[in-house]
Design a protein around this ligand. Structure first.
Ligand code: THG
Length: 369
């Protein structure tokens, strides 16, 4: 049987959609109600460029939630258990977001643009609805909306050389997660040292989608001398690097997890005076202790294909956890995966049931690389 997901009007096209089609995109996924490229037909080449060269990714589906107004900072702090005191204008922070029961509902990058202006660069859940409902219910003076902002990522060891060629020497001075607003000719940008890989790089936040095609061409041209090519957030590299994928590794509706289980305990401040959604629930969860934790797995046997849904991890006839995603790592020469595993009991004889039969699993330390 074969089927397609069609391109239709209820899923949004990114500012770089036409450019990625022209450059040979072969698959899309959907993220924040927007098409996001999956691959360009050369998985080995795309992985190699990320590890040894430079790749350009349409990540416009990493939508921004803007908080603007006198109570913007108050709302930002109320949305996350991370303590935002000391965050400077021009700085980004990774901020887990929980619901009132302490379940993770997103894990964005927060950007502080001004004392009264923030962006949450969100993972795949409807945080604009969430944040604007909270702001209105509180009666706070803050606008919450999705601005016309479309990130384009440049990732890989040669990404800095491309960013310098495109924007100038000053980009070398950006520290990790810090950013600066600038213009490339007429094109309004915010440039950050960030991106969903551990190979280094930048994200160019395009602030006017009409320039999507022009920015794509400009990056491509600046990158030509460095062998740049189109790609997409890479599931193999992200598993090797231990990066978390909200929606795959946990999701409120299908694989709920707490920040303790996901390893975010060190990012939270549950004892300070600041109020935030889920504070009481998270303090109770801390008291109880978790019975699961985020782990890495090695999967024995032939190279696996990626998986589309969380798979149960078995020990005999008992389910001990979930494997959320797996891939064959060429760098390691073996199959790797991540998931959630029960803390109590032994890790012996763990097993996955694949369509071609059972596979032995062993626990591995994260990150793999
Ligand atoms: N960049 C931007 N927006 C994003 C992502 C991004 N929105 C969606 C998604 N990715 C949000 N989730 C993450 C998950 C991990 C990281 C960033 C965003 C990340 N983690 C590093 C790590 O875990 O090693 C660093 C964390 C830290 O230093 O605090 O980078 O990629 N714009």
């Amino acid at each position: 049987m074969s089927y397609q997901i069609h391109i239709g009007p209820n899923i949004r096209q990114s500012a770089f959609f036409e450019a990625t089609v022209a450059d040979g995109v072969r698959s899309f996924s959907v993220y924040n109600h927007m098409y996001i490229p999956g691959n360009f037909g050369d998985p080995d080449g795309e992985y190699d460029r990320l590890l040894h060269g430079v790749a350009m990714w349409d990540v416009a589906a990493q939508r921004q939630v803007e908080l603007r107004g006198p109570d913007a900072e108050r709302l930002a702090q109320y949305l996350t258990p991370r303590n935002l005191a000391g965050t400077k204008v021009g700085q980004g922070r990774y901020v887990p977001i929980c619901d009132h029961d302490g379940w993770l509902i997103n894990d964005p990058v927060l950007l502080k643009l001004a004392e009264d202006r923030f962006w949450l660069s969100i993972a795949d859940s409807d945080l604009t609805l969430w944040a604007s409902a909270i702001a209105h219910e509180k009666g706070w003076q803050v606008q919450v909306f999705e601005p016309d902002v479309s990130p384009l990522a440049i990732q890989g060891p040669k990404a800095e050389a491309v960013a310098v060629a495109l924007l100038g020497e000053w980009v070398r001075g950006l520290n990790y997660f810090w950013f600066r607003e600038t213009k490339l000719g007429e094109i309004p940008l915010l440039v950050a040292r960030s991106g969903w890989s551990k190979q280094g790089g930048f994200e160019l936040y395009l602030q006017d989608s009409r320039y999507g095609g022009e920015l794509w061409q400009a990056v491509k041209q600046a990158g030509q001398a460095f062998g740049i090519g189109p790609g997409a957030p890479n599931d193999i590299e992200r598993l090797e690097s231990g990066l978390i994928s909200y929606g795959a590794d946990m999701r409120r509706q299908s694989l709920p997890a707490t920040p303790f289980e996901m390893g975010f305990a060190g990012l939270m401040d549950l004892d300070g005076p600041q109020e935030f959604v889920g504070k009481a629930a998270l303090r109770a969860l801390r008291q109880q202790g978790s019975n699961r934790e985020r782990v890495g797995f090695f999967i024995e046997g032939d190279a696996v294909a990626g998986n589309a849904a969380p798979l149960p991890v078995w020990q005999g006839d008992q389910q001990r956890g979930w494997l959320s995603e797996m891939a064959f790592s060429r760098r390691l020469g073996r199959n790797i995966g991540v998931g959630l595993l029960a803390i109590e009991g032994s890790d012996e004889a763990l097993r996955l049931e694949l369509p071609d039969g059972p596979r032995r699993l062993t626990r591995a330390a994260l990150p793999f690389c």
